[in-house]
Design a protein around this ligand. Structure first.
Ligand code: NAP
Length: 309
């Protein structure tokens, strides 16, 4: 019997208990899923950061830790976690992010705010350009960034993307490395951040890099707050160089009530809702990874401890 510890908090336990048990059975696994196994008997740990669980030391026989989150910056830095670690790539999570990103890109592309909030009843026809004449840049071309790039390209946007290693994606002008960053920022009228938070990406958008964006650019950040220097962003919004920022993630969450983002007229705050791991689709991924590990096959979506994602 494979013993699986669910260590992702009691609220998620309610969502996962049934669907994950079904997915494990469907994968042909004889598994005992519980929140309370004796540590030395645990074979796999399904994990999301939570106040009750941060010490992996007693789980001496655990073969892998399977994260329910796509972003693992808080997990990868846990020194007690020495077991192989996987991150979440989930069809539901990807779909949700594609919807959030295309929705907000279209909002800014079409200039919809001017019509949605128009208390003075101003009649001012301002026809937006076609998507084919608008460049959207996406920083990060992984599971989420590549899916958003494909969706925006299907809508006819000119799509550029940037990643650590060079990519080749249909309909996307791909950049990589430091020179590639300068190139993509210089042409991104709407910039979407879908990078993981690592030592190399923290504070990527500071005063100097924000200045590389075209005058009047819009930023969407559904990745992680610490990719951007908050003060530098506010300064560029105040100067008008950045026209708007739609932010879903913050250095401190919930965003403190006195943070300048709340009051800024050109900032939209969404409360970390861009996308969420969905229990029904994610359970299949967890079960498949345990099945693979039990069959001696390599795990899907392993986290590289050196690069931090
Ligand atoms: N707001 C939300 O609700 C929400 C939900 C889910 C995820 N997220 C965030 O979204 C992030 C991205 O998720 P994902 O699943 O798409 O991650 P992923 O598949 O690991 O993709 C990460 C992408 O970023 C690129 N990258 C990493 N470090 C880089 C660097 N130093 N320079 C240039 N490119 C770099 C990678 O390049 P390579 O392709 O060369 O490796 C890859 O293309 C997560 O880490 C998480 O923080 C937010």
């Amino acid at each position: 019997m494979t013993k699986i510890l669910f260590a992702a908090g009691w609220q998620r336990w309610k969502q996962y208990k049934h669907v994950l048990s079904l997915a494990l059975a469907k994968a042909g696994l004889q598994a005992e899923l519980s929140q309370h196994h004796a540590p030395e008997e645990v074979d796999y740990i399904v994990y999301a950061p939570n106040p009750q669980f941060s010490d992996f030391t007693p789980y001496t026989n655990a073969k892998a830790v399977l994260s329910l989150w796509a972003g693992v910056e808080d997990i990868v830095t846990n020194k007690t976690l020495t077991q192989p670690l996987t991150r979440m790539v989930d069809a539901g999570l990807t779909e949700g992010m594609v919807e959030y990103v295309t929705g907000h890109v279209l909002r800014h592309h079409l200039g919809s705010d001017a019509q949605i909030v128009n208390p003075a009843r101003v009649w001012e026809p301002k026809v937006p350009p076609l998507a084919r004449d608008r460049t959207v840049g996406i920083l990060g071309l992984g599971a989420l960034g590549a899916a958003c790039a494909a969706a925006l390209s299907a809508l006819n946007f000119r799509v550029a993307g940037w990643s650590r290693t060079q990519k080749s994606l249909p309909g996307v002008t791909c950049f990589s490395g430091p020179d590639g960053l300068t190139d993509i920022l210089g042409q991104s009228e709407i910039l979407v951040l879908l990078l993981p938070l690592t030592a190399a990406t923290e504070n990527l958008l500071i005063a100097e890099t924000l200045m590389l964006l075209p005058q009047g650019a819009v930023i969407l950040n559904p990745a992680r707050g610490a990719l951007i220097d908050d003060d530098a962003l506010v300064a560029r919004l105040d100067s008008g160089h950045i026209a708007h920022a739609t932010l879903d993630v913050f250095r401190q969450e919930p965003l403190p009530p006195d943070h300048p983002f709340w009051a800024h007229p050109n900032v939209t705050v969404t409360p970390h809702i861009a996308s969420e791991t969905r229990a029904d689709t994610a359970s299949g991924i967890i079960a498949e990874n345990i099945r693979r590990a039990e069959a001696g096959k390599p795990l899907l979506y392993p986290v590289d401890r050196k690069s931090g994602y």
